[in-house]
Design a protein around this ligand. Structure first.
Ligand code: TAP
Length: 492
């Protein structure tokens, strides 16, 4: 796989790599150094509409949608196997582009392989049902692909969050147009190159690079767009929902989070501290489901915060490609400035910085976007650092006296993606899990998910869901067929 500051990543439309109508390229920066890692084509509105046209033609004229689902499944299995065969190269590309440690990128790519396999197995199970109705009638439903589905992806898990919705869309027989984030387009392009080899008809999987405001909006408003799956910020999600509304295009929105993690005094505190460390410092905290608000029982607050502080202090920072690195840089210098702004705000509103809170300035890190893992305490519940998603390695700490207060604090947020709790008591686990306003709850685990389990938010964290067998419903509509079989046949 081509890599290096001159390596070019183009749009992939109709099975061909094309530079785009503008003929422009822009540097893609390595966040560990802020030096160019590759050049990416700058797509335009015209490219977006062209990709939609090509996708629609492929949908209508290729055998992808009409074919036996098992054949689509085989193509997706082949795609998974091809990706697995190049997993190390893909992981490296993801790390160079996004910054996360190679260990995490390897996990991401393995997750993509598993997602493809899961939906490959589902491709011949897009079933209808037979429904009893009165009289001499037969009623049944058939499931049909929608047409051209649009997928707009963020930069924090570039390939994983793209393929999470692309895989079920393909399994159900749709043609796909994917727009990766402008900061992190590399693995999406590399992935689309594999589609041809795997036997997907040309035009069934297209990737258009370019800005959200130009390319993203053109895709969403294109008359051929049959559905939109968007993962990203609430602000852009709202804009996309508005753009899709006039044509009643269905939209799945996976938005931000401000996840609470509740620690009861009976928990395994060593495991809890490690799990919380992963839940906020993994991927440098750039996770929608980050456990960013620690709510700890008042009786164990001081020793527990000390454990978490120790974890934060000893995390090894460095370029994701270096051995033994536990936390990489933030994705861009702009994002680093944005996260530091929250830390400043927390300080100014009376909070204290328990650990971290500053850019790493060691000579080998100074050119990159490295932020020290940060723990904030005593930040007022009304401050921006507690209310808003920071999307960085910043944990805020508050305490509670009983389960009611823990639930009240946990639910006191506009978001509802993932909540975590740590306790050995089964009754506490079940009762608190039920009362938490979130799409997902994990007990005695850091944030964890699988391709077969639904991933969804409530409140400001989104609508619809991804993953799990029922994700196919998003991409295969139901048609009801009613037949009266009581009509006497005419004699020949
Ligand atoms: P956004 O700025 O919202 O961008 C996400 C994607 O939307 C990018 O591809 C972006 O393109 C595109 N976009 C921007 N404006 C658009 C428009 N007007 N029309 C159509 N597309 C547009 O988010 P981000 O900064 O990349 O990602 C961080 C956010 O994503 C956080 O809030 C995080 O919580 C959320 N997130 C949520 C989840 C789930 S599963 N709930 C997972 C990961 C991330 P450009 O890159 O060109 O701007």
């Amino acid at each position: 796989m081509a890599e290096g500051s001159d390596a070019r990543f183009e749009l992939v439309i109709g099975g061909r790599e094309v530079p785009g109508a503008k003929g422009e390229h822009r540097p893609i920066l390595d966040p560990a150094t802020n030096r160019p890692a590759a050049q990416a084509a700058v797509g335009s509105r015209d490219d977006a509409h062209h990709a939609m046209e090509v996708a629609e033609t492929a949908f209508r004229e290729s055998n992808w949608a009409a074919d036996d689902g098992a054949r689509r499944g085989k193509a997706l299995y082949r795609l998974a196997a091809l990706l697995e065969g190049q997993a190390e190269a893909f992981a490296r590309l993801e790390t160079i582009n996004m910054g996360k440690p190679l260990r995490e990128s390897r996990g991401d790519i393995a997750y993509v392989v598993r997602t493809l396999e899961y939906f490959a197995g589902a491709a011949d199970k897009v079933e209808g049902e037979s429904i009893p109705v009165p009289g001499p009638r037969i009623d049944y439903t058939v499931r049909e692909p929608l047409g051209v589905t649009v997928h707009v992806a963020p930069w924090n898990y570039p390939l994983l969050l793209s393929i999470r919705s692309v895989a079920p869309a393909l399994a159900a027989g749709n043609a796909v147009v994917l727009k990766p984030a402008s900061l992190t387009p590399l693995t999406a392009v590399a992935f689309a190159r594999l589609a041809k080899e795997a036997g997907l008809p040309d035009g069934i999987l297209n990737v258009v690079l370019g800005s959200g405001s130009e390319v993203g909006e053109a895709l969403v408003t294109d008359p051929r767009c049959a559905s939109v799956t968007f993962t990203g910020s609430g602000e852009v999600g709202r804009r996309i929902a508005e753009l899709a509304a006039p044509r009643f295009v269905p939209v799945t929105l996976e938005l931000g989070g401000k996840g609470p993690v509740i620690v009861f005094p009976d928990a395994d505190l060593e495991r809890a501290a490690k799990g919380i460390g992963y839940g906020i410092f993994g991927n440098a905290g750039q996770m929608c489901w980050a456990a960013s608000r620690l709510l700890v029982h008042e009786s164990i607050r001081a020793p527990f915060v000390e454990k978490v502080r120790g974890i934060a202090e000893h995390l090894k920072l460095g370029p994701g490609t270096a051995e033994g690195v536990e936390m990489g840089p933030l994705v861009s210098s702009d994002h680093l400035a944005h996260v530091l702004d929250y830390v400043r705000d927390a300080r100014e509103s009376g909070g204290t910085v328990v650990v971290g809170g500053a850019k790493a300035d060691e000579p080998d890190l100074a050119a990159g976007n490295f932020l020290r893992p940060t723990v904030l305490a005593d930040v007022p519940a009304s401050s921006r650092a507690v209310r808003e998603e920071i999307f960085g390695p910043v944990l805020s700490v508050a305490s509670f006296s009983d389960a009611d207060e823990a639930v009240r604090l946990a639910n006191d947020t506009p978001y509802g993606l993932l909540a975590a709790l740590w306790t050995r008591d089964l009754a506490t686990a079940h009762t608190v899990a039920r009362r938490l306003e979130s799409g997902m709850v994990v007990v005695n685990e850091s944030p964890t998910t699988y391709p077969q389990t639904p991933f969804a938010g409530v409140k400001g964290s989104g609508v619809g869901f991804e993953q799990g067998f029922r994700a196919l419903d998003t991409f295969a509509r139901r048609k009801n067929v009613l037949i009266n079989i009581g009509v006497a046949r005419k004699k020949a």
